[in-house]
Ligand binder design. Structure first.
Ligand code: ZN
Length: 101
């Protein structure tokens, strides 16, 4: 109401309430002070940061996907190495058992 917006309640009901409510009257007065204090101020339009933020997010997402791919590849290589080592030691053990007969 202080800034000219339509109040969400009936003006008559609001005035009736203000007439008997000290708290709301004080609040309304403070809004009026705030509105008149800021009436002459003009806010500068902030620069549109959305494209820069979106570009940075996209870059970060691509970086995370690359890191994930590298981690999966490293895990696969490690698994392969472990499997080869197990196969080799099993073969060596089998050969040793065979030769002992
Ligand atoms: Zn009140």
């Amino acid at each position: 109401m202080a800034d000219g917006e339509r109040p969400p309640v009936e003006p008559a009901a609001m005035h009736a309430h203000l007439a008997r409510c000290e708290g709301c009257t004080a609040y309304q007065r403070s809004l009026g002070v705030l509105a008149s204090a800021t009436a002459g101020l003009r806010a500068e339009t902030p620069p549109d940061l959305a494209p820069r933020v979106m570009a940075r997010l996209r870059r970060r997402r691509v970086g995370a996907q690359l890191a994930l791919r590298w981690a999966i590849a490293a895990a696969a290589v490690t698994e392969l190495a472990v499997a080869l080592a197990l196969a080799w030691s099993a073969q060596a053990a089998g050969q040793a058992a065979h030769e002992s007969h």
